[in-house]
Design a protein around this ligand. Structure first.
Ligand code: SF4
Length: 277
């Protein structure tokens, strides 16, 4: 699959392609790395349980995967991949997170002694182990200090640990700027479909489904799904990621006609989005 993606991207040059992964397979299937370094970006997630007792072997696979990617990137002159890592702040990993961040940013490939990681993103975990508001404030302060201590190495350090919880009355009209296609060809409204995939499915591509987005995009089912999104299980999903679109929506609301919260979502959101087809 990676090969198809890289070759398609090289041929058409109309899209950027990247991979978000825990990276563990990279150490088992070495040729994966050869394709990954030809992508535009790769981001490895440093899973919070790596630092719990009994997970040392998974943790060392993570470091090994980073090392492999760094090495392969240096060896392949066509490789322009941006190597990133994502860290999650939890209620109980604040101290080790700082240490981990420093280790990641200072990691150098053994042979070339060049830095491996280009970008680090830090977010807060969701669910029961979500950090308290006080911890978030304290960590924002500490991480800002650490960022200035790390100087240039931290130029591309993104600290975004504020809680992204949205109120139960939240109306998302921005989700049609993206879609998620599952491996079976099912298309979902947005990336946080894990807890209720049937409710979030807007159509299908492939053998058993419709053939083109236009057959379901903006049609009754799509609008209906969008209008019925339950913020508690979708936007605040325990299994999904923090939805950055909430933040984008907040930023653009004052600037676009959809900003009027009194206007029902269903009557407004496809006004601009239909041009995307
Ligand atoms: S998670 Fe919620 S806010 Fe984010 S795109 Fe989906 S519906 Fe919109």
């Amino acid at each position: 699959m990676l090969q198809v993606l890289v070759e398609g991207r090289n041929k058409h040059k109309t899209f950027r392609a990247g991979l978000i992964t825990n990276g563990l397979e990279i150490t088992r299937m070495l040729n994966l790395g050869d394709w990954i370094v030809q992508l535009d970006y790769v981001r490895l997630g440093y899973t919070e349980y790596f630092d719990r007792p009994g997970h040392d072997s998974a943790k060392s696979l993570f470091w090994e995967a980073l090392e492999i990617l760094g090495q392969k990137k240096m060896q392949d002159e066509r490789a322009k991949v941006r190597i990133g890592v994502k860290l999650l702040l939890t209620r109980d990993n604040a101290t080790s997170l700082e240490e981990r961040l420093e280790g990641i940013l200072r990691l150098k490939a053994r042979r070339t002694q060049r830095y491996v990681v280009d970008h680090v993103k830090i977010k807060s975990i969701r669910g029961d182990n979500e950090p308290t508001p006080d911890l978030i404030r304290a960590m924002e302060h500490k991480l800002t200090l650490l960022k200035s201590k790390l100087g240039e190495r931290a130029n591309d350090l993104q600290i975004d640990i504020k809680s992204a919880k949205v109120p139960s009355t939240y109306s998302c009209w921005i989700n049609p700027i993206m879609s998620v296609i599952g491996v079976s060809g099912d298309v979902y409204l947005c990336c946080n479909f894990y807890e209720c995939p049937d409710d979030l499915k807007i159509g299908s591509l492939g053998i058993k489904g419709e053939d083109h987005f236009r057959e379901f995009w903006g049609k009754a089912r799509h609008r209906d799904v969008m209008d019925r999104v339950a913020p508690a299980s979708v936007c605040n999903s325990r299994w999904g990621c923090h939805c950055r679109l909430v933040h984008y929506q907040e930023l653009v609301e004052p600037l676009v006609p959809y900003s009027d919260r009194d206007t029902p979502v269903i009557g407004t959101f496809f006004v601009g989005h239909e041009k995307m087809l």
